[in-house]
Design a protein around this ligand. Structure first.
Ligand SMILES: Cc1cc2nc3c(=O)[nH]c(=O)nc-3n(C[C@H](O)[C@H](O)[C@H](O)COP(=O)(O)OP(=O)(O)OC[C@H]3O[C@@H](n4cnc5c(N)ncnc54)[C@H](O)[C@@H]3O)c2cc1C
Length: 524
């Protein structure tokens, strides 16, 4: 028997044969993410059902000197879970998707790492609570494990920061199979209610893109779900006016979500949303509304506004204010409006934030362009004082590549998001004509796929996109910007001061002395 066959039979003993997959198509599928296909293919995919199976399987895999690559929903595009050698096993955490405990007395929720944000949203719906950060736009498939391993933004980020800021504690598997607890639950006889006790051990494992250990259980804090939400949208001629307005809203803590688009991305978004979906979304807006009359009026306005009103819009941002008191939510939105108008913005219909909030976790059809183009974002996170200048230097990179962009008809847009009171994100997004891969074909809804034109494989254009994207990644490092979903794409090691990186490396050596957990992630 080969060393792989021996390992496989041990894994089958632990997990049952259905949960150890060696089928070639499956192995290829698990060796690609939303953007890339690895040069290496995993030898097997394991799907443990619980933490005990997970810990035993990890121990066997590392004892056999195979490497393990953890994958949640697989909705990332920075190589985070892609294999980097030929002795690789993919861990699909998807079977571990249970909600372990909702504790309303101590205000926390504990989930298995494969639980999605959408599942949490549904489970908490009738309890009037939620985690402060409550999910990504990809939350139908994206898991809590993936979200806190690479850090994520969106719902709740304007007030409460990124995904990791909502975490109280973890149960992590080290390379030798040990189960390690963090937070107040790590105290002998302790329970989950607080993250910090001495040094923040939880924090070390958050945003590690799965390089330092495998997350099995995650505890998130809960807050009362604010009953009232107000929505506002504003258009601007120049981002130099819009971004400072968004920053001011962020500094004053007025919006739970504050995000913007440039004209290109706005247009793509409008092309992608189908009328049928607008109507489906509208029915949820109607259902969610307190006053039927108001809702019908609002609904009609949205239906008309949804498509046509954006035609003249150049840049736009969209904000949600939330509060347990209607008057306070309204007052915050008034203040947002005041800031936007003072900065030169115009108020437009608030369809986008209204619809996004009514249906937060839609199918991930946006992972491809309106005609079936390939899609990939790249981003930099910076301080309010630097966001406009960062945008300018990013523009310069695109200008220097204008000839290539025109030649290959590469589409380029921008998304902007504020985070808490002190950070802003700029996310250039590429669309290009190239073939969709298994991951896209498996994720995008079948009926949506059928409506797409689709394109043949085009390595030349893909290479051009790759080069511009790499230039941006280098630029972000030179500008001192930081990143979520570092994976194997962003220059974490290269950009970090050596003494700081040494600490990360020492923790890696402690958790995974032979470098068998997700090698390559974080540059380790
Ligand atoms: C259409 C679309 C919309 C998106 N919207 C957003 C958005 O609103 N905000 C945002 O921030 N991002 C967004 N993303 C990016 C991505 O979906 C998120 O970052 C998401 O958090 C990824 O979660 P996942 O479960 O799919 O993780 P995966 O892609 O499976 O994994 C991500 C990383 O985490 C590691 N990992 C996963 N599970 C574990 C575990 N249990 N233990 C240790 N390591 C683990 C992996 O090794 C990998 O490095 C979007 C992507 C798409 C395609």
């Amino acid at each position: 028997m080969s060393d792989f066959d021996i390992l496989k039979s041990k894994l089958v003993d632990i997990l049952s044969s259905g949960n150890v997959v060696t089928d070639q198509d499956a192995c290829k599928f698990y060796s690609q993410d939303v953007y890339s296909i690895s040069d290496h293919t995993v030898r097997a995919v394991i799907k443990p059902d619980n933490i005990t199976e997970l810990s035993k399987a990890i121990k066997e895999i590392t004892s056999a000197e195979y490497t393990i690559f953890p994958r949640g929903g697989g909705m990332s595009y920075t190589g985070g879970y892609l294999p980097t050698n030929d002795k690789s096993i993919a861990l699909d955490i998807g079977n571990m998707n249970k909600i372990i405990e909702i504790n309303l007395e101590d205000m926390f929720i504990t989930v298995e790492a494969g639980c999605t944000w959408s599942q949490i949203h549904k489970a908490l719906k009738d309890h009037d609570v939620r985690p402060p950060f409550w999910g990504t736009l990809s939350g139908l498939y994206a898991t809590v494990g993936g979200g806190v391993s690479q850090n994520s933004l969106f719902f709740g980020s304007g007030l409460y920061g990124s995904a990791v800021d909502s975490v109280i504690g973890l149960e992590i598997i080290a390379a030798n199979g040990d189960i390690i607890r963090t937070g107040s639950a790590s105290v002998k006889g302790g329970n989950n209610f607080f993250r910090h006790y001495g040094p923040d051990i939880t924090g070390i494992f958050l945003g590690d893109t799965g390089a330092l250990g495998i997350k099995a259980h995650i505890t998130l804090k809960l807050i009362p779900n604010p009953k009232y939400r107000e929505f506002g949208s504003f258009s601007f001629e120049h981002y130099e006016d819009m971004l400072p307005a968004m920053s001011e809203i962020s500094r004053r803590g007025l919006a739970s979500e504050c995000f913007g688009f440039d004209p290109y991305l706005q247009e793509q978004r409008m092309k992608r949303e189908s009328i049928a979906k607008d109507i489906k979304n509208l029915s949820s807006v109607l259902k969610a509304s307190e006053n039927v009359f108001d809702a019908v009026k609002k609904g009609t306005k949205l239906a008309v506004a949804g498509r046509r009103y954006m035609n003249d819009v150049i840049y736009s941002f969209h904000a949600t204010s939330e509060n347990k008191y209607k008057g306070s939510a309204k007052a915050d939105m008034e203040e947002i409006k005041e800031i936007a108008l003072k900065a030169g913005g115009k108020e437009i219909e608030n369809s986008i934030p209204t619809l996004v909030n009514a249906n937060p976790f839609l199918p991930l059809n946006n992972m491809v362009g309106p005609e079936g183009e390939r899609w990939v974002p790249v981003h930099g996170l910076t301080s309010h004082s630097k966001i406009v200048d960062l945008h300018k230097v990013v523009d310069e990179i695109f200008e220097s590549n204008q000839e290539i962009i025109d030649k290959y008809e590469i589409g380029v847009g921008y998304m902007y998001v504020t985070v808490g009171t002190n950070a802003a994100l700029i996310e250039p997004v590429f669309f290009w004509q190239d073939q969709l891969k298994e991951l896209h074909l498996n994720t995008v809804e079948k009926k949506h796929l059928k409506s797409l034109k689709g394109f043949d494989e085009n390595l030349e254009i893909r290479d051009a996109v790759n080069k511009i994207r790499s230039q941006l990644i280098n630029l972000f490092m030179d500008q001192g910007a930081i990143h979520l979903q570092i994976g194997k794409s962003y220059l974490y090691r290269e950009g970090l001061e050596e003494k700081s990186f040494n600490i990360v490396e020492k923790i890696k050596n402690h958790m995974d002395p032979n470098g068998l957990i997700n090698p390559g992630s974080l540059g380790l």
